[in-house]
Design a protein around this ligand. Structure first.
Ligand code: NAP
Ligand code: GDD
Length: 426
C-alpha cells in the first residue's frame, strides 16, 4: 500500500512540475522510513514442535528462538520433570516478550492436537514426537504404530480440519530405518538416496513408513506444504542414554574414572552413518524454507561400525581398546594407555590394567531383525538446500566425550563426598 501511495504522490507532483528534487528527496526519505517500519513490524514466525523435550526438539527450539521465532512445544505429562534438555530455554511465563511456550499434549490425542494447533496458528510444524527406540518398538509395537504412524496423520488432519493447509508448513521426522539396510536397494554408488526402495525391519520402521507416505499423500492430495526429512542417525551430548553412541560415551567416561568395570553391547558389527544433531536440525528448517515441498535425505555419506565407535570413544581418554573373539565371545581389551593424554583430562588411569576387558557382548541387546548397514547420500540436501554440516564423526565423538566426562566427574565428586549416585544401567 505505501508504495502505491508514495508512487501516486510522486507522479502527481512530477506531473505538476513542482520542485521535483525536493519531492524525490522526500519520497526517498518516506519510502525508507516506511520500509524500516514494515521490516520491524514483519510478523514473527510461529513454530510448533512435537517432541520438544527430545534430543532434536531441544536443539531445534534453541535454533528457532535464535532466528526470532515464537516457539510452541508439546510436552507429555509425566510423573516427574521431563524437560531437562530445554530447561535453559524456558522463560518465566509472567515476563514480557516470552517467545517459548509449552503445552501439555500427546500424539495419540486428536482433540488435544487440534486445540493446540488452533490456539497457536503455527506457520511451521515440526513433527518430531515419537517412540524412537528401535529395539523397544519390538516390545510395544501397537503403541509405536499409534504414536509414530497415526500420530503423523493426526497432525496432518488437524491442519486440514482447521483450514490451515495454505498457511502451515509441516516437517515430518522420517528416518533411514525405512531403508532397512538391504544391500540390493542401494544406488549404483553404494548409498541410499531419495529414490532408494524402502524395506523397514522393525515395528518402528513400519510405523514410520506410514508417516512417510501419509505426509507425501497429503502433499499431493491437498496441495499441502508437507515434507519428509529422511534423516540418518544423528547423535549429540543430548542423545538419549539408551542409544548406542551415548551408551558408549557414558560408559567409556565412567570406566576412565573408575566408576564402571565393563560395557555390555549387542551387535558390534552394525554400521551407521552418524552425524551431529545440531547439523541435522538446521536441515529440518531449511527443508521448510524452500519454494516447493520435497523430501530430502540428510546424512554424512560415511559409515562406521559400533566397534569403531567404541575405539574412538575410549581413545578420547587415552585408552586404546582392541577387539578379539567372535560373535557373543567377542570382547574389547585395553592394549595401551596414553598417560599424558589422560592426565591432561584430569584422569588417573592407574587402576586400569593392560589386558583388562572393558567391552563384552550381551545377546539381550540383539534385535529380532537387524539393520546391518546404513549409508546415506546427502547430494540433494547439499546442492538444493545448501546444507553444510559442521561436524564429522571425530568432532562428534569429541563433543560427546567431553560432555559425558564432565557429567561423570560430577558423580565422582559426589562419591568422594559419600553422596549416593545412580547408575542408570539399561
Ligand atoms: P527422542 O530424543 O527420543 O525424542 C522423542 C520425543 O518425542 C520426546 O520429546 C518424547 O517425549 C516425545 N514423545 C514420545 N512419545 C510421544 C507421544 N505419544 N506424544 C507426544 N510426544 C511424544 O528422539 P530424537 O532423537 O530427538 O528424534 C526426533 C524424531 O526424529 C523422532 O521422531 C525420531 O523417530 C526421528 N529420527 C531420529 C533420528 C536420530 O538419529 N535421532 C534419525 C531419524 C529420525 P518424552 O521426552 O516425554 O519421552
Ligand atoms: N541401542 C543399542 N544398545 N544399540 C546397540 C547396542 C546396545 O547396547 N549394541 C549394539 N547396538 C547396535 C544396534 O543393534 C544398531 O544396529 C546400532 O547399534 C544403532 O542402534 P541405536 O543407537 O539404538 O540406533 P538405531 O540405528 O537403531 O535407531 C536410531 O536411528 C534411526 C535412524 O536410522 C534411532 O534414533 C531411530 O529413532 C532413528 O530413526
Amino acid at each position: 500500500m505505501w508504495i502505491n501511495y508514495t508512487s501516486y504522490n510522486s507522479i502527481k507532483t512530477l506531473l505538476l512540475g513542482r520542485r521535483s528534487v525536493i519531492v524525490f528527496y522526500n519520497l526517498f526519505k518516506y519510502g525508507v522510513c516506511v520500509c524500516i517500519i514494515n521490516l520491524t513490524n514483519k510478523k514473527m514466525k510461529v513454530a510448533l514442535i512435537t517432541g520438544v523435550t527430545g534430543q532434536d526438539g531441544a536443539y531445534l527450539a534453541e535454533f528457532l528462538l535464535k532466528k526470532g521465532y515464537f516457539v510452541h512445544g508439546i510436552k507429555r505429562r509425566s510423573s516427574s520433570f521431563n524437560t531437562d534438555r530445554i530447561d535453559h530455554l524456558y522463560q518465566d511465563q509472567h515476563e514480557k516478550d516470552v517467545r517459548f511456550k509449552l503445552h501439555y499434549g500427546d500424539l495419540t490425542d486428536s482433540t488435544n492436537l487440534i486445540r493446540i494447533i488452533q490456539e497457536t496458528q503455527p506457520d511451521e510444524i515440526y513433527n518430531l514426537g515419537a517412540m524412537s527406540h528401535v529395539k523397544v518398538s519390538f516390545d510395544s509395537p501397537e503403541y509405536v504404530a499409534n504414536v509414530d504412524g497415526i500420530g503423523t496423520l493426526r497432525i496432518l488432519e488437524a491442519v486440514r480440519i482447521l483450514g490451515l493447509q495454505k498457511k502451515t508448513r509441516i516437517y515430518q521426522a522420517s528416518t533411514s530405518e525405512l531403508y532397512g539396510g538391504l544391500p540390493e536397494n542401494k544406488n549404483a554408488a553404494g548409498f541410499y538416496d531419495e529414490n532408494s526402495p524402502f524395506y523397514p525391519r522393525s515395528p518402528y520402521g513400519v510405523a514410520k513408513i506410514y508417516g512417510f507416505w501419509i505426509t507425501k499423500n497429503y502433499r499431493e492430495a491437498y496441495d499441502m506444504f508437507a515434507c519428509n526429512g529422511i534423516l540418518f542417525n544423528h547423535e549429540s551430548p543430548l542423545r538419549g542414554e539408551t542409544f548406542v553412541t551415548r551408551k558408549i560415551t557414558r560408559a567409556a567416561s565412567k570406566i576412565g574414572l573408575g566408576l564402571q568395570q565393563c560395557l555390555y553391547l549387542g551387535n558390534l558389527s552394525a554400521q551407521r552413518d552418524w552425524g551431529h544433531a545440531k547439523d541435522y536440525i538446521e536441515a529440518m528448517w531449511l527443508i521448510l524454507q524452500q519454494e516447493k515441498p520435497e523430501d530430502y535425505v540428510i546424512a554424512t555419506g560415511v559409515t562406521t561400525t559400533v566397534r569403531d565407535f567404541v575405539r574412538m570413544a575410549f581413545a578420547e581418554l587415552g585408552i586404546i581398546v582392541e577387539f578379539s573373539g567372535k560373535d557373543e565371545q567377542e570382547k574389547g581389551v585395553i592394549i595401551d594407555v596414553d598417560e599424558e593424554k589422560a592426565l591432561a583430562l584430569g584422569l588417573n588411569l592407574a587402576s586400569l590394567k593392560l589386558g583388562e576387558t572393558v567391552v563384552r557382548v550381551d545377546p539381550k541387546y540383539f534385535r529380532p531383525t537387524e539393520v546391518d548397514l546404513l549409508l546415506g547420500d546427502p547430494t540433494k540436501s547439499k546442492t538444493k538446500l545448501g546444507w553444510t554440516p559442521k561436524y564429522d564423526l571425530q568432532a562428534l565423538v569429541e563433543d560427546m566425550m567431553r560432555s559425558d566426562l564432565n557429567l561423570m566427574k560430577k558423580d565422582e565428586y559426589l562419591k568422594q563426598g559419600n553422596y549416593q549416585t545412580l547408575n542408570y544401567f539399561e
